[in-house]
Write a protein that binds this ligand. Structure first.
Ligand code: HEM
Length: 183
């Protein structure tokens, strides 16, 4: 079954990762809050699909659970997929978060002998949209999303930017962390 699948640039992500150097910058009505955090991300191998008998995609699934250091409470919960299209050698990414937001992002990757860099973005054109609830569109709209992963053997560093329109202004909601592969 899955042992025969070549996951290409997604292969090095498969497994469970933890990291406690997270820093979140989130909007507040009068400014911003900076939240140190720790998290676990589990990437699981899955399968492949063929769309319209034409487009083959290989995919892995993940779940990310993030806790605020100051309270140990989960304050971000995300799940979705990373996909690789062998024919075009492009990657894409889809996920949802329980604020009423679904993201479909396109991207590319580079690999050399030391590390892989995966970059995806959404909201920069109509074909790769961010879908959100009416409440979020009115009150806390996400207009852009960029995520960069750098994977070096058992280390994963990421940075991400969510462009928001909230509290009557534009805000760059940002996150970064460094994780280690634990199994
Ligand atoms: C490590 C990942 C993330 C963390 C730790 C995080 C954390 C936060 C925090 C602390 C807030 C402020 C409101 C609150 O206290 O709940 C917030 C707001 C928000 N986040 Fe995130 N976030 C993350 C990722 C994302 C992603 C990937 C998206 C969308 C693609 C997103 C979209 C939003 C939006 C739209 C808001 C505004 C809602 C509000 O402030 O009431 N976040 N986030």
């Amino acid at each position: 079954m899955s042992e025969t699948i070549n996951y290409g640039p997604l292969h090095n992500l498969i497994g469970t990762w933890t990291g406690d150097k997270g820093l979140d910058i989130a909007p507040e009505p009068e400014g911003e809050e900076r939240n140190p955090y720790y998290e676990t991300i589990t990437f699981s191998e899955c399968n492949d699909v063929t769309n319209a008998e034409e487009q083959k995609l290989i995919f892995i699934q993940y779940r990310q659970v993030v806790r605020r250091k100051s309270t140990d409470k989960v304050f971000h919960d995300e799940s979705g997929y990373w996909m690789w299209e062998p024919d075009s050698d492009k990657i894409s990414h889809s996920f949802s978060i329980p604020r009423g937001i679904c993201v479909l992002a396109e991207g590319s990757y580079k690999t050399d002998s030391n590390e892989s860099v995966l970059f995806v973005e959404s909201g920069h054109n109509d074909q790769w949209p961010i879908t959100q609830s009416p409440f979020m569109i009115n009150k806390a709209k996400t207009t852009g999303f960029q995520r960069k992963f750098v994977v070096d053997k058992n280390k994963l560093k990421y940075t991400q930017i969510m462009n928001l329109e909230i509290y009557g202004r534009e805000f760059e909601h940002k996150d970064q962390n460094e994780l280690t592969l634990i199994k």
